[in-house]
Design a protein around this ligand. Structure first.
Ligand code: SAM
Length: 376
């Protein structure tokens, strides 16, 4: 028998450092008005429902790392729908108004519509329904859009990096055809998961030639196309600054063919800069997390698939809420434990990175969480 060297991958549960939040001695009731050390409220909760994906986009889950030996989270580690809903309710009491389901690929999680139905029953303290949305690669959308809508999903964001089939297949590295994603998008629109947004990650030299074809395709369709700067998230994608195409250049290229007019954000904390076509053909957005960091407005908390709370997309340490859920604590105790975590938040990774030389990282040598683990 030959002794082939084996890659050792650490167990999923110890992949990222986390601490179990202490339960405060005095339990103060939530006010819905939490504010972190930079005065940022808590409004948006992103919940990752799986760390698995059927795509292997090189900028997110490179196949060399996420291969057949990769240790994805075991089923027993995942938060159940009841656990997710219990936490969501607590976050809503703390001020969350919007929930985005993500992953991995969220539509790979079985019976996701059941979770959506449970979340759709939650209300803000003022009695308003939550804004519930989902980010998907669109591969299973044609099949699932109707049941998602019926369960209470309001909108959907579809990730799509190219219209050219060969570029798209190369980028998803799963040989998945673009036509199937476009069909999913169409079904989502038909069932009323609207307005559908399309997110395109732009990598200079890989798919930037697709910016104009994408814009031409989605003009006059009601779909809001958003261009995302390729981010240095995680530790496996080999990110380099020279592969980032600044949003300013995206706008320049679009404006040369279709004059654009800047428009105001819909709400404070919106990630995308908004523009409309001067001829009335619709709206586009740019998400400039690298060249114009928007940490100052960040009101997002992120819950990983196995119940760790992260306060920043670029964090390297989480707060183990699952440990609280699986102890005998009452909701009041868990609620009281979460408040101080947000109040102590000072993360502003992208702003710090912007102040450093192009390829340096404020995280130094610490291992940042992967996008596929924490969700987009
Ligand atoms: N699988 C779902 C999807 O494709 O939308 C949800 C999870 S995915 C991690 C969420 C979003 O993150 C996608 O739009 C994806 O393109 C984006 N993303 C992943 N890695 C990125 C990176 N390095 N820079 C910018 N966006 C990234």
């Amino acid at each position: 028998m030959t002794d082939t060297p084996k890659k050792i991958i650490p167990l999923a549960d110890i992949r990222y450092a986390s601490r179990v939040p202490p339960i405060p001695a005095g339990l103060s009731a939530p006010t819905g008005l939490l504010s972190d050390t930079l005065g940022r409220p808590l409004r948006d909760l992103r919940i990752s429902v799986t760390d698995r994906c059927n795509f292997r986009c090189n900028y997110c889950m490179p196949r060399e790392v996420f291969d057949k030996d990769y240790a994805f989270l075991p089923q027993s580690s995942l938060l159940s729908f009841e656990e997710i809903t219990r936490l969501a309710k607590i976050f809503v009491a703390h001020g969350v108004e919007k929930i985005r389901l993500t992953g991995g690929e969220p539509l790979l999680r079985k019976h996701l519509e059941v979770l959506i139905g449970m979340l759709a029953k939650l209300q803000t303290p003022a009695g308003k329904p939550l804004d519930i949305t989902l980010t998907t690669n669109g591969s299973l959308l044609a099949k699932k859009a109707r049941s998602l809508k019926d369960a209470g999903l309001q909108r959907v964001t579809v990730s799509l990096d190219a219209l050219d089939d060969s570029i798209f297949r190369r980028m998803n590295d799963a040989d998945f055809p673009v036509a199937d994603v476009l069909q999913g998008l169409e079904v989502a629109r038909e069932v009323g998961l609207a307005p559908v947004k399309v997110n395109m990650v732009v990598k200079r030299g890989t798919n930037d030639a697709e910016i104009l074809p994408m814009a031409r395709h989605f003009r006059n369709s009601g779909v809001v196309l958003r261009f995302i700067e390729y981010m240095d998230v995680g530790a496996t994608n080999g990110w380099r600054m020279d592969e980032v195409l600044p949003s300013a250049q995206v706008i320049e290229r679009l404006n040369a063919e279709f004059p654009l007019v800047a428009i105001n954000p819909n709400y404070s904390g919106e990630t995308a800069g908004r523009w409309r076509y001067a001829d009335g053909a619709g709206e586009i957005g740019v998400i400039s997390s690298v060249t114009q960091a928007f940490c100052g407005e960040c009101n997002r908390a992120r819950l990983s698939t196995e119940g760790k709370l992260f306060l920043c997309l670029f964090a390297s340490q989480g707060h183990d809420l699952r440990a609280l859920l699986r102890s005998n604590y009452a909701d009041e105790q868990i609620t009281a434990a979460i408040g101080p975590i947000w109040q102590a938040r000072s993360d502003r990774y992208s702003e710090l990175r912007a102040a450093l030389p192009p390829d340096a990282s404020p995280a130094g040598g610490t291992k940042r969480v992967e996008m596929s683990y924490i969700g987009g």
